[in-house]
Design a protein. Structure first.
Length: 313
């Protein structure tokens, strides 16, 4: 009898160890856990006479091609960047982007990847857009996944308009219960205290009813922002804000959300400067990360449950 009990224990431990090794080896490859990601940071800023256009949608649908239309204001496009967040990215997947019928880019690896294959493609589109309606098409080679949406940030110059300051922050950070990351900050340097401003924040993977929080200079400006308001698992949230100092901070708080991915934050503010400029920065390189301990714990519990179920049989 003791021999049988000992044999069962060895069997359970063996199944547990083998299962954990298998899962860890799987998640160490592309398509499994791909790191906490990159907090949104400033990729472009400047002052321009004109306006900054931020729009996008329309949630995960499985459409292929995925079409989105953008109506740009009058003026010359000084800077434009398309953002395509995707679900379930794996090695070998790709997207092909066309603007107004002309191929703009064909890309495999996203610019930023985090968590379980949540990717973000960032594509320059300065010379491909014009005032009026623009059609953006994304053809995705991604079995079981695809775009959450397409978002455009465009800076249009129009000499008849007053100057505005702008900051474009981008990244892809995994706020998730599995890696125990509950909040992340994004900063805007050189803001003017008290001047009217508008903030636009792109988030993916949020779920309605799972309450998160968005804070600007410690002031709550949005609750349950990630609620799929712009389509399935897609949110482009816009709100008026007033910077409190020469450096403003945007804080994304996970709250009850299981997963939430802040990807883009754009701040546009009235400007007192007569000096127009546009400054872009180098994109931050992705760093490979090991599977975090909380994720290993989740996998271990899953293996244990599997082993116990096998033992009962």
């Amino acid at each position: 009898m003791r021999y049988l009990d000992f044999t069962k224990k060895v069997l359970v431990l063996g199944l547990l160890g083998a299962g954990l090794l298998f899962l860890l080896s799987s998640f160490s490859e592309t398509g499994g856990w791909q790191g906490d990601g990159t907090p949104p940071y400033t990729i472009a800023e400047g002052v321009v006479r004109g306006e900054v256009y931020v729009n996008g949608g329309h949630g995960y649908t499985g459409e292929n091609p995925y079409l989105e239309y953008f109506e740009l204001p009058a003026g010359d496009v000084r800077y434009a960047r398309l953002y395509v967040p995707v679900w379930n990215y794996d090695s070998g997947d790709s997207i092909r982007v066309t603007v107004n019928g002309h191929e703009l880019a064909s890309r495999q690896e996203p610019d930023y990847v985090s968590a379980w294959g949540i990717g973000l493609y960032c594509i320059e589109a300065n010379s491909s857009l014009s005032p009026g309606i623009n059609e953006v098409s994304v053809i995705s080679e991604n079995p079981g996944g695809g775009p959450y949406g397409v978002t455009l940030v465009a800076v249009s110059e129009n000499s008849s308009m007053p100057p505005v300051s702008f900051w474009v922050n981008e990244g892809n950070y995994a706020l998730a219960y599995t890696n125990k990351k509950d909040s992340v900050k994004s900063t805007f340097k050189g803001t003017l205290p008290g001047k009217n401003a508008s903030l636009h924040a792109l988030l993916v993977a949020g779920t309605e009813g799972e309450r998160d929080g968005l804070y600007f200079d410690s002031l709550l400006i949005g609750s349950d922002v990630g609620r799929s308001a712009g389509g399935k698992y897609f949110d482009l949230y816009s709100v008026s804000v007033s910077p409190g100092g020469p450096e403003s901070t945007l804080l994304f708080e996970r709250g009850d959300e299981g997963y939430l991915h802040p990807c883009v934050a754009v701040l546009v503010q009235e400007s007192e400067s007569g000096r127009e400029f546009l400054k872009t920065y180098e994109q931050k390189a992705e760093k490979g990360e090991q599977v975090p301990l909380p994720v290993i714990a989740v996998l271990l519990l899953a293996c244990l449950a599997l082993a116990l179920r096998s033992r009962k049989r």
